[in-house]
Design a protein around this ligand. Sequence first.
Ligand code: COI
Length: 466
Amino acid sequence: MLLRSYARAGTLVAKRWCKPCQVRHSTATALHFYQNRQLELYASKDAKRLTLRQLVSLSNSLIPAPFSNMSPVGLLWAGHGRGPSDQGTEPASHADSCSFRLCQAANYVRTELAIRIAHRLRDLQTLPYVVVTQEGVARVYELYWSAFEEFRRFPQINTLADNDVFCQSLNRLLHEHATVIPNLTLGLSLSSPHIAPEVLDSFMRRMLTSRISRRVLVEHHIALSNSFRHQSQERSDSEQPVGIIYTGLNVTQSIQKCVMLLKESSRSDTLWPEVIISGHLDTKFSYIREHIEYIVFELIKNAMWATVVKYRGSPLPPIQATIVAGEDDVGIRISDQGGGLTTPHIKSPSDLFSFSHIRNASRMDNSRLGTLRTVSSDPRGVMATVDEQLSSRAVDQREPVPQCSEGPEDGIELGIHPRMGIGLPMSNIYATYFGGSLELISLDGWGTDVYLRLPKLGTQLEGIEV
Ligand code: COI
């Protein structure tokens, strides 16, 4: 059974008929069978999910952070049985203790990543054959197998030098996996005629949530290790991140940054609608800036695009971005007068979150599949953060493409992202990752209101599907 499921993923190549077993084996069968047993072992363990606060408190225990406004909640692996108690007694001196904790964090990431990837490999193995054989899916499967093997075999990290080697591997893996999303989107879009929309969407949701979770752990650990190395120069104000978390993230500034990037990246002589920011303008909270900016960038991009298309040639009504700091969460509403979302192809705004062509016909557009094919083998800038885009202006080297992820092609070139159609589904997954939400409300014939809500206390666990 295990053997078959592994073979189904297209990994066994040279096969010979085996009399005793009455199946075709390859010379590599024994090895694969052993590897699959390892996979089962890891896949049977639960992921140890974290909250934003736990990620911050880990940093505080490594590097004193006087600015932090969060109360420590103990080491992130406390009680998980994969931490200090497994690895000897904590050293007495402060410096030694910090290195010890950094190594513990590294070992947590090492083990946790093997478990989280194992869950997704099992998910891939249960896909129907017709999906597994689609372009892109086998590539992701192979990347995950090799990363799983690497984490599983990586020796325990006991010293800062071991951690440096580990961080080098993490950096390489981050880069190698840059094309995972376009590859998966391509494969699953092509599979869409063969698989029920709810099955396809829940599979994609698990894959993407888990990927965000792995990248959060890895990027946070790399950032902490870097801070640890340069401790003496660090941390004079709350603008500095703790790992990858900004404890005083200024929401107005993030919105302004996204608007600026969108306007500056334009190559056409298109006039842009003004974005008016109102509400609680001084709102600050703890969050991963990359996540909020990814979402806001996508939402404003769509609002601008819809407005420009609808009012071509006439004065453009402004886009309103309203910020509200509630007791438990931060809300952002983005309202445009771009005509609304529903079209003959899109019956409900939430269909825009779907990867199935049955709910969102544009999934099978040739132009979209073409972009996915290009980007699947060339990751340059695919998922670049707003910061990276601002600093590199990588966009200038790319082909001009119609930019809005969800709208019809109509020749307007905004020149930011290749049009892969993943902006809104990804924004939805980012928004819900730590328990927030994203809601699209279309007033057809007039415009769209988008409600983004992000929890501000940092006490919600990562998505269940990591
Ligand atoms: C991913 O990007 O899919 C990853 O799993 C990255 C991780 C292996 C560093």
